[in-house]
Design a protein around this ligand. Structure first.
Ligand code: R5P
Length: 292
């Protein structure tokens, strides 16, 4: 079933895998509440429910919960394919008293009958441990590296990890690209959310740089990294991220900060969805189907 937030992704995924689309009529009340009418028998079906939970995350989760609960009640086995898994950044309590939102999301998914979850580049690998059902995160990093290598004109680029959490991904990107990695030290004020980079200069004079990250939301991380790179003499700065959430004016803010190009995938539909993440997802799903 192609959920309302993932029309393009879900249709592409089904086509790539040669799967039929479930007949569902979706209507929306004037207040934004959604209503589904399932137009075929669900008993005994194995359904991939494709629904990304980018902002508004709560609404997109609710749309997923309603569909999953109904389908599982009617006897279908539901495998949720959630290209961008919202709340994944709150996979632990960073300050005393904070809640582990991702753990609650995992619990809710189970309670509405989801039996398996697949996603793309989940924020942190530790988050996977919060799920009590099989969960897997495929990576779109090879696709991003391939895109940058073939479509963006760069001269011997350096891969930039903007913070500790992005090092693993950036190293994977760099190894596919044959680039060196520079790790930045980012400090985020856990109360205000404000970002500070811990360096005055970096060894990037005259170099092309690719900042690799899982998600861009407000653009604070990429903007601060770009300003530091440009101040250090970088020639070009490209931002490659999996989930380009790009809230509000973020795209313009990044261009103003000196980013020459932003490259994202289609886990979140946006003006920078240049890489198709249905490819690694389909490859993974085929392995599960082959196991059965
Ligand atoms: C942080 O751990 C993430 O990997 C991203 O760097 C961060 O969430 C991006 O957020 P923003 O665009 O608001 O800086």
């Amino acid at each position: 079933m192609v959920g309302p937030s993932s029309q393009e992704f879900g249709t592409k995924l089904a086509k790539r895998m040669g799967l039929p689309l479930l007949a569902v009529t979706t209507t929306e009340f004037p207040d934004g509440e959604i209503k589904y009418k399932f137009d075929e028998k669900l008993d005994g079906l194995q359904v991939l429910l494709v629904q990304s939970t980018y902002p508004p995350a709560d609404r997109h989760y609710m749309q997923l919960f309603l569909a999953s609960h109904h389908m599982s009640q009617e006897g279908a086995k539901v495998h949720a394919v959630i290209p961008y898994l919202g709340y994944a950044r709150q996979g632990k309590a960073f300050l005393p008293g904070e809640i582990v939102s991702l753990g609650i999301i995992a619990h809710l998914l189970r309670s509405v009958g989801v039996q398996r979850v697949s996603t793309v580049d989940m924020h942190s690998a530790e988050g996977l441990a919060l799920f009590s059902m099989p969960v897997y995160s495929v990576s779109a990093i090879p696709g991003l590296a391939q895109y940058v290598r073939t479509q963006v004109k760069l001269d011997d680029p350096v891969a930039i990890a903007p913070d500790a959490g992005s090092v693993r991904r950036t190293e994977a990107f760099a190894s596919l690209y044959g680039a060196k990695v520079i790790k930045l030290k980012k400090n985020r004020d856990r109360v205000t959310g404000r970002i500070k980079m811990e360096a005055d200069k970096l060894p990037v004079k005259g170099k092309d740089c690719v900042i690799v990250d899982d998600v861009i939301t407000t653009g604070g991380t990429v903007a601060a990294s770009t300003e530091l790179l440009k101040k250090s003499g970088a020639r070009k700065v490209v931002s490659a991220c999996v989930h380009a959430v790009l809230l509000g004016e973020t795209y313009d803010k990044l261009i103003k900060a000196g980013v020459d190009e932003i490259i994202g995938t289609n886990t979140v539909p946006s003006r920078v969805s240049k890489v198709d993440a249905t490819e690694p997802m389909a490859a993974y799903l085929r392995t599960i189907i082959a196991e059965k």
